[in-house]
Design a protein around this ligand. Sequence first.
Ligand code: UD1
Ligand code: MG
Length: 451
Amino acid sequence: MSRSDFAAVILAAGSGTRMQSTIPKVMHPVAGRPMIAHLTAALAPLRPTATVVVVAPQMEAVARLVEPAVSVVQDPPLGTGDAVRAGLAALAGCLAPQGAIKDVLVLFGDTPLLQAETLALLIDERRRSAAAVVVAALRPPHPGAYGRLVLAGDGALERIVEAADATPEELALGLVNGGIMAIAACHAAGLVATLDRNNAKSEFYLTDIVPAARRRGLDCRVVELPAEELIGVNTRADLAEAEALMQQRLRHRAMEAGTTLVAPETVFLSADTRLGRDVTVEPNVVFGPGVEIGEGARIKSFSHLEGASVGAGAIVGPFARLRPGAVLEEGVHVGNFVEIKEARLGAGAKANHLSYIGDGTVGAGANIGAGTITCNYDGVNKHRTIIGERAFIGSNAALVAPVEIGAGAIVAAGSVVTRDVPKDALSVARGQQVDKPGRAAEIRARLRRQN
Ligand code: UD1
Ligand code: MG
Protein backbone atom coordinates (compact mmCIF):
# COMPACT_ATOMS: atom_id res chain seq x y z
CA MET A 1 0.00 0.00 0.00
CA SER A 2 2.98 2.30 0.58
CA ARG A 3 3.43 5.24 -1.87
CA SER A 4 6.86 6.80 -1.84
CA ASP A 5 7.79 10.48 -1.87
CA PHE A 6 4.63 12.28 -0.96
CA ALA A 7 3.69 14.61 1.87
CA ALA A 8 0.28 14.91 3.48
CA VAL A 9 -1.02 18.28 4.64
CA ILE A 10 -4.11 17.94 6.83
CA LEU A 11 -6.14 21.10 7.37
CA ALA A 12 -7.63 21.35 10.82
CA ALA A 13 -7.52 25.04 11.70
CA GLY A 14 -11.07 25.95 10.71
CA SER A 15 -13.17 27.34 13.54
CA GLY A 16 -15.91 24.79 12.91
CA THR A 17 -18.54 27.44 13.63
CA ARG A 18 -21.38 25.29 12.35
CA MET A 19 -20.68 22.65 15.03
CA GLN A 20 -21.66 25.14 17.79
CA SER A 21 -18.97 23.64 20.00
CA THR A 22 -16.21 24.69 22.37
CA ILE A 23 -13.94 21.88 21.20
CA PRO A 24 -12.19 21.94 17.80
CA LYS A 25 -14.29 20.30 15.10
CA VAL A 26 -11.63 17.72 14.22
CA MET A 27 -11.59 16.48 17.84
CA HIS A 28 -15.22 15.37 17.70
CA PRO A 29 -15.22 11.58 17.73
CA VAL A 30 -16.57 9.21 15.14
CA ALA A 31 -16.69 5.59 16.35
CA GLY A 32 -14.92 6.65 19.54
CA ARG A 33 -11.92 8.23 17.75
CA PRO A 34 -11.39 11.94 17.01
CA MET A 35 -12.01 12.67 13.33
CA ILE A 36 -8.44 13.81 12.75
CA ALA A 37 -7.08 10.52 14.11
CA HIS A 38 -9.08 8.65 11.45
CA LEU A 39 -7.09 10.56 8.84
CA THR A 40 -3.69 9.85 10.35
CA ALA A 41 -4.72 6.18 10.63
CA ALA A 42 -5.74 6.12 6.94
CA LEU A 43 -2.41 7.68 5.97
CA ALA A 44 -0.25 5.29 8.00
CA PRO A 45 -0.16 2.37 5.53
CA LEU A 46 0.86 4.77 2.73
CA ARG A 47 3.95 5.84 4.67
CA PRO A 48 4.06 9.53 3.75
CA THR A 49 7.53 11.12 3.78
CA ALA A 50 6.05 13.85 5.98
CA THR A 51 2.68 14.69 7.52
CA VAL A 52 1.90 18.28 8.45
CA VAL A 53 -1.23 19.20 10.36
CA VAL A 54 -2.40 22.80 10.16
CA VAL A 55 -4.02 23.92 13.40
CA ALA A 56 -5.29 27.21 14.82
CA PRO A 57 -3.93 28.86 17.98
CA GLN A 58 -5.18 27.11 21.15
CA MET A 59 -5.39 23.75 19.44
CA GLU A 60 -2.56 22.17 21.44
CA ALA A 61 -4.72 19.12 22.06
CA VAL A 62 -4.92 18.48 18.30
CA ALA A 63 -1.14 18.94 17.92
CA ARG A 64 -0.46 16.45 20.74
CA LEU A 65 -2.91 13.92 19.37
CA VAL A 66 -1.38 13.80 15.89
CA GLU A 67 2.24 13.43 17.04
CA PRO A 68 4.69 12.46 15.57
CA ALA A 69 3.13 14.42 12.69
CA VAL A 70 4.37 18.01 12.62
CA SER A 71 1.86 20.72 13.49
CA VAL A 72 1.95 24.27 12.21
CA VAL A 73 -0.21 27.07 13.55
CA GLN A 74 -2.24 29.11 11.06
CA ASP A 75 -2.85 32.41 12.78
CA PRO A 76 -5.34 33.78 11.93
CA PRO A 77 -7.13 31.11 9.84
CA LEU A 78 -7.93 32.87 6.56
CA GLY A 79 -9.29 29.98 4.51
CA THR A 80 -8.23 26.64 3.08
CA GLY A 81 -5.73 28.20 0.65
CA ASP A 82 -4.05 30.12 3.43
CA ALA A 83 -3.93 26.90 5.50
CA VAL A 84 -2.13 25.02 2.72
CA ARG A 85 0.33 27.91 2.42
CA ALA A 86 1.10 27.52 6.15
CA GLY A 87 1.47 23.74 5.75
CA LEU A 88 3.79 24.04 2.75
CA ALA A 89 6.04 26.43 4.68
CA ALA A 90 6.87 23.51 6.98
CA LEU A 91 7.93 21.47 3.94
CA ALA A 92 10.17 24.13 2.38
CA GLY A 93 13.22 22.56 0.78
CA CYS A 94 11.71 19.06 0.81
CA LEU A 95 9.44 19.56 -2.22
CA ALA A 96 10.42 18.77 -5.80
CA PRO A 97 12.30 19.99 -7.78
CA GLN A 98 14.87 20.63 -4.96
CA GLY A 99 13.55 17.97 -2.58
CA ALA A 100 12.40 14.37 -2.99
CA ILE A 101 8.66 14.93 -2.34
CA LYS A 102 6.76 14.62 -5.64
CA ASP A 103 3.18 15.06 -4.44
CA VAL A 104 1.39 17.05 -1.80
CA LEU A 105 -1.79 15.35 -0.70
CA VAL A 106 -4.14 17.90 0.86
CA LEU A 107 -6.68 16.43 3.27
CA PHE A 108 -9.36 18.05 5.39
CA GLY A 109 -9.51 17.07 9.04
CA ASP A 110 -13.29 16.84 8.81
CA THR A 111 -13.54 13.89 6.37
CA PRO A 112 -13.17 10.91 8.72
CA LEU A 113 -14.36 8.19 6.34
CA LEU A 114 -11.44 8.30 3.91
CA GLN A 115 -9.55 5.03 3.53
CA ALA A 116 -5.96 4.34 2.57
CA GLU A 117 -6.90 2.72 -0.79
CA THR A 118 -8.82 5.84 -1.79
CA LEU A 119 -5.92 8.15 -0.94
CA ALA A 120 -3.64 5.88 -2.95
CA LEU A 121 -5.98 6.23 -5.97
CA LEU A 122 -5.65 10.00 -5.83
CA ILE A 123 -1.85 9.93 -5.69
CA ASP A 124 -1.71 7.34 -8.47
CA GLU A 125 -4.00 9.42 -10.68
CA ARG A 126 -1.85 12.53 -10.14
CA ARG A 127 1.26 10.61 -11.16
CA ARG A 128 -0.39 8.80 -14.07
CA SER A 129 -1.96 11.94 -15.57
CA ALA A 130 1.01 14.23 -14.78
CA ALA A 131 -1.62 16.92 -14.06
CA ALA A 132 -0.60 19.74 -11.73
CA VAL A 133 -3.71 19.19 -9.59
CA VAL A 134 -6.06 16.23 -9.23
CA VAL A 135 -9.21 16.86 -7.23
CA ALA A 136 -11.35 14.16 -5.59
CA ALA A 137 -14.88 14.42 -6.94
CA LEU A 138 -18.14 12.97 -5.72
CA ARG A 139 -21.78 12.98 -6.77
CA PRO A 140 -23.80 13.26 -3.56
CA PRO A 141 -27.61 13.01 -3.72
CA HIS A 142 -27.80 16.57 -2.29
CA PRO A 143 -24.77 18.67 -3.34
CA GLY A 144 -25.65 21.29 -0.67
CA ALA A 145 -22.63 23.33 0.45
CA TYR A 146 -19.98 21.49 -1.56
CA GLY A 147 -17.94 23.40 -4.14
CA ARG A 148 -19.18 22.67 -7.68
CA LEU A 149 -16.71 21.29 -10.24
CA VAL A 150 -16.81 22.98 -13.63
CA LEU A 151 -15.33 20.73 -16.32
CA ALA A 152 -14.11 21.58 -19.83
CA GLY A 153 -15.32 19.60 -22.82
CA ASP A 154 -12.30 17.29 -22.67
CA GLY A 155 -13.01 16.39 -19.04
CA ALA A 156 -10.27 18.64 -17.67
CA LEU A 157 -11.14 20.63 -14.53
CA GLU A 158 -11.61 24.33 -15.30
CA ARG A 159 -12.50 25.75 -11.92
CA ILE A 160 -14.27 25.07 -8.62
CA VAL A 161 -17.08 27.36 -7.54
CA GLU A 162 -17.97 27.52 -3.86
CA ALA A 163 -21.69 27.16 -3.22
CA ALA A 164 -21.79 30.64 -1.69
CA ASP A 165 -20.37 32.14 -4.90
CA ALA A 166 -22.22 29.97 -7.43
CA THR A 167 -24.86 31.01 -9.97
CA PRO A 168 -28.09 28.93 -10.06
CA GLU A 169 -26.72 27.13 -13.16
CA GLU A 170 -23.50 26.27 -11.34
CA LEU A 171 -25.42 25.15 -8.25
CA ALA A 172 -27.26 22.66 -10.45
CA LEU A 173 -23.99 20.81 -11.23
CA GLY A 174 -23.97 17.37 -9.62
CA LEU A 175 -20.22 16.74 -9.50
CA VAL A 176 -18.67 18.39 -6.45
CA ASN A 177 -15.38 18.92 -4.65
CA GLY A 178 -14.64 16.28 -2.04
CA GLY A 179 -12.04 18.62 -0.60
CA ILE A 180 -9.01 16.41 -0.98
CA MET A 181 -6.54 16.93 -3.76
CA ALA A 182 -3.11 15.85 -4.93
CA ILE A 183 -0.87 18.68 -6.11
CA ALA A 184 2.40 18.25 -8.01
CA ALA A 185 4.93 19.28 -5.36
CA CYS A 186 6.97 21.37 -7.80
CA HIS A 187 3.97 23.66 -8.47
CA ALA A 188 2.31 23.68 -5.04
CA ALA A 189 3.90 26.74 -3.42
CA GLY A 190 3.77 28.78 -6.64
CA LEU A 191 0.06 28.10 -7.17
CA VAL A 192 -0.91 28.85 -3.58
CA ALA A 193 0.99 32.15 -3.75
CA THR A 194 -1.42 33.39 -6.45
CA LEU A 195 -4.56 33.20 -4.26
CA ASP A 196 -6.60 36.22 -3.19
CA ARG A 197 -9.69 36.87 -1.05
CA ASN A 198 -12.07 38.23 -3.69
CA ASN A 199 -15.02 35.98 -2.86
CA ALA A 200 -18.17 35.69 -0.76
CA LYS A 201 -16.31 34.67 2.41
CA SER A 202 -13.25 36.95 1.94
CA GLU A 203 -11.06 33.87 2.42
CA PHE A 204 -8.15 32.42 0.49
CA TYR A 205 -9.88 29.51 -1.25
CA LEU A 206 -7.62 26.54 -1.99
CA THR A 207 -9.98 25.72 -4.84
CA ASP A 208 -8.74 28.80 -6.75
CA ILE A 209 -5.42 27.06 -7.47
CA VAL A 210 -7.27 25.31 -10.31
CA PRO A 211 -7.82 28.39 -12.54
CA ALA A 212 -4.36 29.60 -11.45
CA ALA A 213 -2.82 26.38 -12.76
CA ARG A 214 -4.74 26.63 -16.03
CA ARG A 215 -3.57 30.21 -16.55
CA ARG A 216 -0.04 28.80 -16.36
CA GLY A 217 -0.91 26.21 -18.98
CA LEU A 218 -0.98 23.37 -16.45
CA ASP A 219 -3.51 20.56 -16.55
CA CYS A 220 -6.06 19.91 -13.74
CA ARG A 221 -8.12 16.74 -13.45
CA VAL A 222 -10.77 15.13 -11.28
CA VAL A 223 -11.04 11.58 -10.09
CA GLU A 224 -14.42 10.38 -8.89
CA LEU A 225 -14.14 8.64 -5.53
CA PRO A 226 -16.77 6.91 -3.38
CA ALA A 227 -19.13 9.61 -2.12
CA GLU A 228 -19.50 7.94 1.25
CA GLU A 229 -15.78 8.35 2.00
CA LEU A 230 -15.72 12.03 1.16
CA ILE A 231 -18.46 13.15 3.51
CA GLY A 232 -17.28 16.39 5.11
CA VAL A 233 -18.53 17.01 8.63
CA ASN A 234 -19.60 20.62 9.14
CA THR A 235 -22.61 20.20 11.43
CA ARG A 236 -23.81 17.84 14.16
CA ALA A 237 -26.19 16.30 11.62
CA ASP A 238 -23.21 15.57 9.33
CA LEU A 239 -21.42 14.06 12.34
CA ALA A 240 -24.32 11.68 12.95
CA GLU A 241 -24.33 10.74 9.27
CA ALA A 242 -20.58 10.02 9.33
CA GLU A 243 -21.05 7.97 12.50
CA ALA A 244 -23.79 5.88 10.88
CA LEU A 245 -21.63 5.17 7.83
CA MET A 246 -18.60 4.34 9.95
CA GLN A 247 -20.69 1.96 12.07
CA GLN A 248 -21.89 0.17 8.93
CA ARG A 249 -18.30 -0.21 7.78
CA LEU A 250 -17.07 -1.51 11.16
CA ARG A 251 -19.94 -3.99 11.50
CA HIS A 252 -19.34 -5.28 8.02
CA ARG A 253 -15.62 -5.68 8.73
CA ALA A 254 -16.29 -7.50 12.01
CA MET A 255 -18.61 -9.98 10.31
CA GLU A 256 -16.12 -10.55 7.48
CA ALA A 257 -13.49 -11.36 10.10
CA GLY A 258 -15.65 -14.07 11.66
CA THR A 259 -17.78 -12.38 14.32
CA THR A 260 -21.52 -13.05 14.51
CA LEU A 261 -23.56 -9.91 15.00
CA VAL A 262 -27.09 -11.15 15.56
CA ALA A 263 -28.61 -7.72 14.82
CA PRO A 264 -25.72 -5.70 13.35
CA GLU A 265 -27.63 -2.42 13.14
CA THR A 266 -28.00 -2.38 16.96
CA VAL A 267 -24.34 -2.97 17.80
CA PHE A 268 -22.08 0.07 18.20
CA LEU A 269 -18.37 -0.42 17.67
CA SER A 270 -15.30 1.75 18.13
CA ALA A 271 -12.69 2.16 15.44
CA ASP A 272 -10.25 0.13 17.55
CA THR A 273 -12.63 -2.66 18.71
CA ARG A 274 -10.95 -6.04 18.26
CA LEU A 275 -13.24 -9.05 18.02
CA GLY A 276 -11.83 -12.57 17.76
CA ARG A 277 -13.16 -15.33 15.55
CA ASP A 278 -16.47 -16.90 16.52
CA VAL A 279 -17.32 -14.13 18.94
CA THR A 280 -21.08 -13.68 19.14
CA VAL A 281 -22.49 -10.28 19.91
CA GLU A 282 -26.18 -10.22 20.75
CA PRO A 283 -28.41 -7.23 19.95
CA ASN A 284 -27.91 -3.83 21.59
CA VAL A 285 -24.31 -3.93 22.71
CA VAL A 286 -22.04 -0.86 22.86
CA PHE A 287 -18.26 -1.12 22.52
CA GLY A 288 -16.50 2.05 23.66
CA PRO A 289 -12.82 2.58 22.83
CA GLY A 290 -10.14 0.06 23.80
CA VAL A 291 -12.04 -3.23 23.81
CA GLU A 292 -10.65 -6.61 22.83
CA ILE A 293 -12.73 -9.80 22.81
CA GLY A 294 -11.15 -13.25 22.61
CA GLU A 295 -12.18 -16.14 20.42
CA GLY A 296 -15.57 -17.71 20.98
CA ALA A 297 -16.68 -15.26 23.67
CA ARG A 298 -20.33 -14.27 23.84
CA ILE A 299 -21.43 -10.73 24.62
CA LYS A 300 -25.08 -10.77 25.54
CA SER A 301 -27.64 -8.07 24.97
CA PHE A 302 -27.53 -4.58 26.50
CA SER A 303 -23.94 -4.76 27.69
CA HIS A 304 -21.61 -1.74 27.64
CA LEU A 305 -17.86 -2.29 27.38
CA GLU A 306 -15.04 0.25 27.39
CA GLY A 307 -11.28 -0.19 27.87
CA ALA A 308 -11.81 -3.87 28.62
CA SER A 309 -10.29 -7.16 27.60
CA VAL A 310 -12.42 -10.31 27.50
CA GLY A 311 -10.77 -13.70 27.23
CA ALA A 312 -11.64 -16.59 24.97
CA GLY A 313 -14.91 -18.35 25.69
CA ALA A 314 -16.02 -15.82 28.30
CA ILE A 315 -19.70 -14.89 28.67
CA VAL A 316 -20.62 -11.30 29.40
CA GLY A 317 -24.09 -9.96 30.10
CA PRO A 318 -26.91 -9.48 29.50
CA PHE A 319 -26.81 -5.98 31.04
CA ALA A 320 -23.15 -6.10 32.07
CA ARG A 321 -20.88 -3.08 32.30
CA LEU A 322 -17.15 -3.45 31.79
CA ARG A 323 -15.31 -0.22 32.49
CA PRO A 324 -11.68 0.69 31.76
CA GLY A 325 -9.18 -1.76 33.20
CA ALA A 326 -11.59 -4.71 33.32
CA VAL A 327 -9.69 -7.85 32.31
CA LEU A 328 -11.60 -11.13 32.10
CA GLU A 329 -9.47 -14.18 31.51
CA GLU A 330 -10.58 -17.26 29.64
CA GLY A 331 -14.03 -18.67 30.43
CA VAL A 332 -15.05 -15.98 32.92
CA HIS A 333 -18.78 -15.42 33.39
CA VAL A 334 -20.03 -11.95 34.15
CA GLY A 335 -23.79 -11.71 34.36
CA ASN A 336 -26.59 -9.20 34.60
CA PHE A 337 -26.11 -5.90 36.41
CA VAL A 338 -22.47 -6.59 37.18
CA GLU A 339 -20.03 -3.69 36.89
CA ILE A 340 -16.30 -4.28 36.70
CA LYS A 341 -13.67 -1.55 36.77
CA GLU A 342 -9.85 -1.81 36.95
CA ALA A 343 -10.03 -5.43 38.03
CA ARG A 344 -8.79 -8.76 36.70
CA LEU A 345 -10.91 -11.90 36.96
CA GLY A 346 -8.89 -15.11 36.66
CA ALA A 347 -9.82 -17.96 34.35
CA GLY A 348 -13.25 -19.45 35.03
CA ALA A 349 -14.18 -16.97 37.76
CA LYS A 350 -17.89 -16.12 37.98
CA ALA A 351 -19.73 -12.99 39.01
CA ASN A 352 -23.16 -13.65 37.70
CA HIS A 353 -25.52 -11.20 39.36
CA LEU A 354 -25.75 -7.64 40.67
CA SER A 355 -22.15 -6.95 41.70
CA TYR A 356 -19.56 -4.21 41.69
CA ILE A 357 -15.94 -5.26 41.47
CA GLY A 358 -13.57 -2.31 41.33
CA ASP A 359 -9.81 -2.06 41.87
CA GLY A 360 -8.92 -5.65 42.56
CA THR A 361 -8.14 -9.13 41.43
CA VAL A 362 -10.29 -12.22 41.56
CA GLY A 363 -8.46 -15.55 41.43
CA ALA A 364 -9.19 -18.29 38.93
CA GLY A 365 -12.33 -20.29 39.65
CA ALA A 366 -13.59 -17.93 42.36
CA ASN A 367 -17.34 -17.45 42.72
CA ILE A 368 -18.68 -14.02 43.54
CA GLY A 369 -22.21 -14.26 44.94
CA ALA A 370 -25.11 -12.07 43.94
CA GLY A 371 -24.92 -8.53 45.26
CA THR A 372 -21.26 -8.66 46.31
CA ILE A 373 -19.66 -5.24 46.44
CA THR A 374 -16.02 -4.28 46.73
CA CYS A 375 -16.09 -1.10 48.83
CA ASN A 376 -13.08 0.41 47.10
CA TYR A 377 -13.50 4.09 47.93
CA ASP A 378 -13.38 5.65 51.37
CA GLY A 379 -14.33 9.09 50.13
CA VAL A 380 -10.71 10.14 49.64
CA ASN A 381 -8.67 7.22 48.32
CA LYS A 382 -9.25 4.07 46.30
CA HIS A 383 -8.13 0.72 47.77
CA ARG A 384 -7.69 -2.76 46.35
CA THR A 385 -9.51 -6.00 47.05
CA ILE A 386 -7.74 -9.29 46.44
CA ILE A 387 -9.79 -12.45 46.22
CA GLY A 388 -7.85 -15.73 46.05
CA GLU A 389 -8.35 -18.64 43.70
CA ARG A 390 -11.49 -20.74 44.22
CA ALA A 391 -12.73 -18.43 46.99
CA PHE A 392 -16.50 -18.37 47.49
CA ILE A 393 -18.03 -15.04 48.34
CA GLY A 394 -21.60 -15.43 49.61
CA SER A 395 -24.40 -13.21 48.38
CA ASN A 396 -24.58 -9.61 49.44
CA ALA A 397 -21.10 -9.48 50.96
CA ALA A 398 -19.42 -6.10 51.33
CA LEU A 399 -15.64 -6.39 51.07
CA VAL A 400 -14.19 -3.23 52.58
CA ALA A 401 -10.89 -2.50 50.87
CA PRO A 402 -8.00 -2.76 51.38
CA VAL A 403 -8.75 -6.40 52.09
CA GLU A 404 -7.59 -9.82 50.98
CA ILE A 405 -9.66 -12.99 50.91
CA GLY A 406 -7.38 -16.05 50.91
CA ALA A 407 -7.53 -18.79 48.31
CA GLY A 408 -10.35 -21.28 48.90
CA ALA A 409 -11.90 -19.18 51.69
CA ILE A 410 -15.67 -18.91 52.16
CA VAL A 411 -17.26 -15.61 53.08
CA ALA A 412 -20.74 -16.06 54.50
CA ALA A 413 -23.63 -14.30 52.80
CA GLY A 414 -24.36 -10.84 54.09
CA SER A 415 -20.92 -10.36 55.63
CA VAL A 416 -19.20 -7.00 55.89
CA VAL A 417 -15.55 -8.03 55.71
CA THR A 418 -13.11 -5.47 57.10
CA ARG A 419 -10.07 -7.70 57.86
CA ASP A 420 -8.09 -10.13 55.72
CA VAL A 421 -9.53 -13.67 55.62
CA PRO A 422 -6.96 -16.50 55.78
CA LYS A 423 -6.73 -19.14 53.09
CA ASP A 424 -9.43 -21.85 53.32
CA ALA A 425 -11.10 -20.13 56.31
CA LEU A 426 -14.83 -19.53 56.75
CA SER A 427 -15.51 -15.90 57.56
CA VAL A 428 -18.86 -14.87 59.03
CA ALA A 429 -19.10 -11.15 59.61
CA ARG A 430 -22.76 -10.37 60.25
CA GLY A 431 -25.24 -10.12 63.12
CA GLN A 432 -26.10 -13.47 64.73
CA GLN A 433 -29.52 -14.94 63.88
CA VAL A 434 -31.98 -14.96 66.80
CA ASP A 435 -35.26 -16.92 66.51
CA LYS A 436 -38.11 -16.31 68.99
CA PRO A 437 -40.74 -19.07 68.66
CA GLY A 438 -44.33 -17.85 68.30
CA ARG A 439 -43.41 -14.16 68.52
CA ALA A 440 -44.61 -13.32 65.01
CA ALA A 441 -48.15 -14.52 65.74
CA GLU A 442 -48.15 -12.63 69.08
CA ILE A 443 -47.12 -9.40 67.42
CA ARG A 444 -49.80 -9.70 64.76
CA ALA A 445 -52.49 -10.35 67.37
CA ARG A 446 -51.37 -7.29 69.39
CA LEU A 447 -51.38 -5.06 66.35
CA ARG A 448 -54.91 -6.16 65.42
CA ARG A 449 -56.15 -5.38 68.96
CA GLN A 450 -54.71 -1.89 68.72
CA ASN A 451 -56.79 -1.17 65.60
C1 UD1 B 1 -14.40 22.97 1.47
C2 UD1 B 1 -14.16 23.35 0.00
C3 UD1 B 1 -15.35 22.90 -0.81
C4 UD1 B 1 -15.54 21.42 -0.65
C5 UD1 B 1 -15.68 21.03 0.82
C6 UD1 B 1 -15.62 19.53 0.97
C7 UD1 B 1 -12.74 25.33 -0.10
C8 UD1 B 1 -12.71 26.80 -0.30
N1 UD1 B 1 -13.96 24.77 -0.10
O1 UD1 B 1 -15.53 23.71 1.94
O2 UD1 B 1 -15.14 23.22 -2.19
O3 UD1 B 1 -16.68 20.99 -1.39
O4 UD1 B 1 -14.59 21.57 1.58
O5 UD1 B 1 -15.83 19.10 2.28
O6 UD1 B 1 -11.69 24.73 0.02
N2 UD1 B 1 -9.46 24.99 7.44
C9 UD1 B 1 -8.23 25.45 7.91
N3 UD1 B 1 -8.00 26.79 7.90
C10 UD1 B 1 -8.89 27.69 7.45
C11 UD1 B 1 -10.14 27.22 6.97
C12 UD1 B 1 -10.40 25.85 6.98
O7 UD1 B 1 -7.39 24.66 8.32
O8 UD1 B 1 -8.58 28.88 7.47
C13 UD1 B 1 -9.74 23.53 7.47
C14 UD1 B 1 -10.92 23.15 8.30
O9 UD1 B 1 -10.52 22.86 9.65
C15 UD1 B 1 -11.46 21.91 7.60
C16 UD1 B 1 -11.04 22.11 6.16
O10 UD1 B 1 -10.03 23.13 6.17
O11 UD1 B 1 -10.85 20.73 8.08
C17 UD1 B 1 -12.18 22.56 5.28
O12 UD1 B 1 -12.76 23.74 5.79
P1 UD1 B 1 -14.32 23.92 5.81
O13 UD1 B 1 -14.60 25.27 6.41
O14 UD1 B 1 -15.00 22.76 6.38
O15 UD1 B 1 -14.61 24.03 4.22
P2 UD1 B 1 -15.98 23.74 3.51
O16 UD1 B 1 -16.84 24.94 3.65
O17 UD1 B 1 -16.52 22.45 3.93
MG1 MG C 1 -16.02 21.14 5.56
